[in-house]
Design a binder for this molecule. Sequence first.
Ligand SMILES: NC(=O)c1ccc[n+]([C@@H]2O[C@H](COP(=O)([O-])OP(=O)(O)OC[C@H]3O[C@@H](n4cnc5c(N)ncnc54)[C@H](OP(=O)(O)O)[C@@H]3O)[C@@H](O)[C@H]2O)c1
Length: 289
Amino acid sequence: MADITKPNAVGAQFESLKVAIVGGTGGIGRSLSRLFASGGADVIEVGQTFRDADQKGIEFIKADLSSMSEAKRVADDLPAENLDIVIFTVGIFASYHKEETSEGLEKDMAASYLNRLVMIRRMAPRLGKERRKSSLKPRVFIYGYPGTNKLGNLDDLNSEKSYKVMTAHMNTVAGNEALVLDSASKYPNADFFGMNPGLIKTNIRSNLMGAGTLQFRLTEWIIGFFCQSVDDYAKKIVPIMSSSDLKASSGTMFNNYGKEIPSSPGLTQEYVSKFITQSEQLVEKWLQR
Ligand SMILES: NC(=O)c1ccc[n+]([C@@H]2O[C@H](COP(=O)([O-])OP(=O)(O)OC[C@H]3O[C@@H](n4cnc5c(N)ncnc54)[C@H](OP(=O)(O)O)[C@@H]3O)[C@@H](O)[C@H]2O)c1
């Protein structure tokens, strides 16, 4: 398996970089955001609650990205033309009982996947077009759980026929990996990468278990004990994300140590195309109501 060669040293300066992190207010996104900003990058965090007023170099855009109209607004507000790196970490884990957004979408699909599809459609053609000089092609990193051969349920992407928590969440996993592969073929002006961070102690499971419950605290304690911390992960990944020696081609997936992993064998070109078309139809159908 190919490895990424010569990542920038930790502590390397990112002064020339403009980075947008959609879901940058918490968890993995926040850790990446603070590390980029502490190295001098201009960072825009999109999320619901701003927690980084103490860190120079971070701007905030407030949005509820379970709404597709909000996703459109934010995509249009972001200065895509000047961005070097866009990172999508926004998301939740489906809850035991089906939750629906005011636009009629299953909430996990809306907040963890469909908003990214909407934003990429509006931003990708503009990405990096007005940068004065940059050695990097614009890069888009899409978080999820790629490489695990989760294909989703194409017959019921919005969980309208039946609802099961893992089925709903795996629809978002399949969707995000499909989005990487589809975007890599649609937008040659940027490079798209799928990111599988493995298990990391964050807030992602709070919607499933209930924030602050014993089950949530115990689970996160165990994950925190056995797996790398979010800051250790960020220290490995930020130098790779910004490295001018990143040779991987658009559409490549990476694991929790920044090593290339194969994409899911079931996500063929034909399947990806069907998945993305049905996702777009879903967004349009509910937005028109
Ligand atoms: N941590 C893991 O074990 C793990 C494992 C596999 C994959 N991943 C993936 O890694 C990515 C990042 O997850 P994480 O662990 O960092 O999760 P996290 O700690 O829960 O952070 C999620 C981020 O999404 C934002 N967000 C959630 N709902 C939103 C909404 N409706 N509108 C706007 N922003 C919203 C949160 O912002 P606010 O706090 O401001 O609401 C936060 O910034 C996700 O794609 C996740 O699926 C994580």
